[in-house]
Design a protein around this ligand. Structure first.
Ligand code: SF4
Length: 510
C-alpha cells in the first residue's frame, strides 16, 4: 500500500523576504522600476503637492506610478484591488517598498494628474525614438471605442430627460395617492407599503438628480451643430455605436508607428465620429517630437487612416500642411480588384435588399440609352445626366401601368404598397469640381499600386495595439469620468504598451 508524507496546515513559518531580490532582472517589473528610477523625469507631478512646509510627506510618485502601471499590465484598474495587491502580493509589496498606499491615494493619483501623465507619455515616446524602436516611415491612426464609468440608461436630450423626470414624478404621485387611499380606508400598512416608501425615496432622489442636471448643464451639441444626448453621470462621455452595440463611452485614438507598433500619440475624445479627429492627432504628433511646421517628422512620414477619418475638410487640412496621407474612402474596397468577391458586412446582412432586384438584373444599354426590367418591360429615359451630390447619373423609370399590374412587384419595389414605379440610376461620372477636388486626388493616390501597398500596412500596425490592451492585457473599459481624466487613463494604457515594447525590444539598454 502506498505511503505518503504527513502534512499539517496548523503551523506557522517565518520567511525572510528581501524586497530587492523579488524584482528579478529580465522581468517586466524590473524594466519598469529601472525606467522610472533612472530614465524618467517625474518633476511634473510636483505641482500637485503643496506640503513643502506643512503637512505629511506624500507617497513618492515613482512608487505610485510603478504599482499602478504594473497593475494595469495585469488588466487591473480598480484602486481597491491595487491596494489589496500591495498588501498581499509579494511583487507589489516589493515594488511599493511595503508602503501600502490606500485606494483613495491611488485613485487620486491617477485622476488628478493627467497633464503629468501626458508629459511622461511624451518622454517614453522620445525614449523609444532614441532606442531606435520608431521607424518614422508610416504612422497609422485609428480609434478604439471603450465604455466609460457611466450608464447609457442615464443618457438623453434635455427634452427626453425632462420627460423621464415627469414620468418618475407621476409614478411617485400615484404611489402616494395609493397610500392616502389606504390611510383613509384604515388598512394596516403591510410589507409592500414599506417597500414602496423606500422606492418613493429613491425615485425622488433620482428626480432631484435629473432636475439638478437640467438646471446646471446646458444642452450638448455635436460636431454637426445639432443637439446630442447628454449623460447625467458623465456628461462628457458619448453614446457611441460599435460593432458590439451602442455603448456610453469615449474614443481612444492612437497614432502607431509601423516599425515596432510603438504608440507615438494618444488622446481620448468624447465623440464616436472620428472624421474631425485627425487634426488634433497631427498637432499632437508635432508636439511630441517638438517639430516646427517646416522641419517636421510628418514631412518624411506617411500617415494612414481608415474611411472614418475621410472628409473634405481633413483632406484639405492635410494637403495644406504638406502631410503625405493615405486616407481611405468608403468605396475604396469596391474599386480594388483584389476585393472583387468580397461583400461588405452591411451588404451581406441587408436581407431586404438582397431579395429585391438589383440594377444588375436590369438590361441596360448605355449607348442606346435603353433599359429593360426583369419582367421584360422597357423603362423610359428620365434623365440623360442627372446630378446627385458630386455624381452624374443616367436615370430610367418604369411605366406606372407596367408596375401596377406586375406579378414581380414584391421582388422589385421597396414594399407592395409603393405607388411610384421603379427607378434605376446608372452611374456615369463625377462632376468637374469633384474631379479637380481633393477627394478625387486622394482616391487616385490610394488606388495607385504604391498607395494600396502603403495602406495595406495600416491594419496590421494599429489594430494589434488595441487588441493587446483590450484582450491580452484585459482592460476593456475606462474606470474614470470626464474627458480630462479619461484622457489621462488612455495615455497610461498606451504608455504601458510602449513600456512593454521597451522591455521586449530595448532590453539590451535596460
Ligand atoms: S415592378 Fe415594374 S419595373 Fe419591376 S419588374 Fe415589374 S414592371 Fe418591371
Amino acid at each position: 500500500m502506498a505511503r505518503y508524507k504527513d502534512y499539517n496546515y496548523d503551523q506557522m513559518k517565518m520567511i525572510p523576504v528581501s524586497f530587492e531580490r523579488q524584482i528579478l532582472p529580465g522581468s517586466f517589473e524590473y524594466s519598469l522600476a529601472y525606467l522610472i528610477d533612472n530614465e524618467l523625469d517625474l518633476s511634473a507631478f510636483d505641482q500637485y503637492y503643496c506640503n513643502d512646509e506643512n503637512g505629511r510627506p506624500a507617497y513618492d510618485p515613482r512608487v505610485l506610478l510603478k504599482i499602478i502601471i504594473l497593475a494595469y499590465s495585469k488588466g487591473i484598474t480598480s484602486s481597491r484591488r491595487i491596494e489589496r495587491l500591495c498588501r498581499e502580493n509579494i511583487i507589489f509589496m516589493a515594488l511599493s517598498a511595503d508602503l501600502q498606499p490606500d485606494h483613495s491615494t491611488l485613485a487620486d493619483f491617477v485622476s488628478r494628474s493627467p497633464e503629468a501623465v501626458a508629459d511622461l507619455f511624451s518622454q517614453i515616446v522620445l525614449m523609444c525614438d532614441q532606442l531606435g524602436l520608431i521607424g518614422k516611415e508610416m504612422f497609422a491612426i485609428d480609434g478604439c471605442k471603450l465604455p466609460s464609468n457611466a450608464s447609457k440608461e442615464w443618457s438623453g436630450t434635455h427634452t427626453e430627460l425632462k420627460k423621464k423626470r415627469q414620468k418618475i414624478d407621476r409614478a411617485v404621485r400615484r404611489m402616494l395617492q395609493r397610500h392616502c387611499e389606504q390611510d383613509s380606508a384604515e388598512q394596516s400598512p403591510g410589507i409592500q407599503r414599506h417597500d414602496e416608501a423606500e422606492q418613493i425615496k429613491k425615485l425622488r432622489a433620482v428626480s432631484r438628480k435629473i432636475k439638478r442636471f437640467l438646471d446646471t448643464e446646458p444642452e450638448r451639441t455635436g460636431v454637426s451643430g445639432r443637439e446630442v444626448k447628454s449623460n447625467i453621470t458623465d456628461n462628457e462621455s458619448a453614446k457611441i455605436k460599435t460593432s458590439h452595440g451602442v455603448i456610453q463611452g469615449y474614443t481612444g485614438v492612437a497614432a502607431v508607428d509601423s516599425k515596432n507598433q510603438v504608440v507615438i500619440y494618444a488622446e481620448a475624445f468624447w465623440q464616436g465620429q472620428e472624421h474631425g479627429l485627425l487634426k488634433p492627432v497631427i498637432e499632437g504628433i508635432r508636439d511630441t517630437f517638438n517639430d516646427s511646421k517646416s522641419k517636421s517628422t510628418l514631412k518624411k512620414t506617411k500617415i494612414t487612416a481608415d474611411s472614418g477619418y475621410h472628409n473634405r475638410e481633413m483632406l484639405e487640412y492635410l494637403e495644406a500642411e504638406g502631410v503625405d496621407a493615405y486616407i481611405a474612402d468608403t468605396g475604396f474596397r469596391s474599386r480594388d480588384p483584389r476585393f472583387k468577391d468580397h461583400k461588405e458586412p452591411r451588404e451581406r446582412n441587408r436581407r431586404k435588399d438582397k431579395e429585391r432586384f438589383t440594377r444588375s438584373e436590369f438590361i441596360i444599354d448605355r449607348k442606346k440609352r435603353t433599359c429593360r426590367c426583369p419582367a421584360g418591360h422597357a423603362l423610359w429615359l428620365k434623365a440623360k445626366r442627372a446630378r446627385i451630390g458630386h455624381h452624374l447619373f443616367m436615370q430610367f423609370q418604369a411605366y406606372e401601368k407596367d408596375c401596377n399590374n406586375c406579378g414581380l412587384r414584391k421582388r422589385c419595389l421597396r414594399n407592395e404598397q409603393q405607388h411610384t414605379p421603379r427607378q434605376i440610376n446608372v452611374a456615369l461620372d463625377i462632376t468637374q469640381e469633384q474631379k479637380a477636388g481633393v477627394i478625387e486626388r486622394m482616391k487616385r493616390k490610394i488606388d495607385s499600386p504604391e498607395g494600396r501597398h502603403i495602406y495595406s500596412q495600416r491594419l496590421g500596425t494599429v489594430e494589434p495595439v488595441f487588441g493587446h490592451i483590450t484582450d491580452a492585457v484585459g482592460i476593456k473599459r475606462f474606470s474614470l469620468r470626464s474627458k480630462r481624466k479619461v484622457d489621462g487613463q488612455w495615455k497610461l494604457m498606451m504608455m504601458l504598451h510602449n513600456i512593454l515594447k521597451i522591455h521586449r525590444y530595448g532590453w539590451e539598454w535596460a
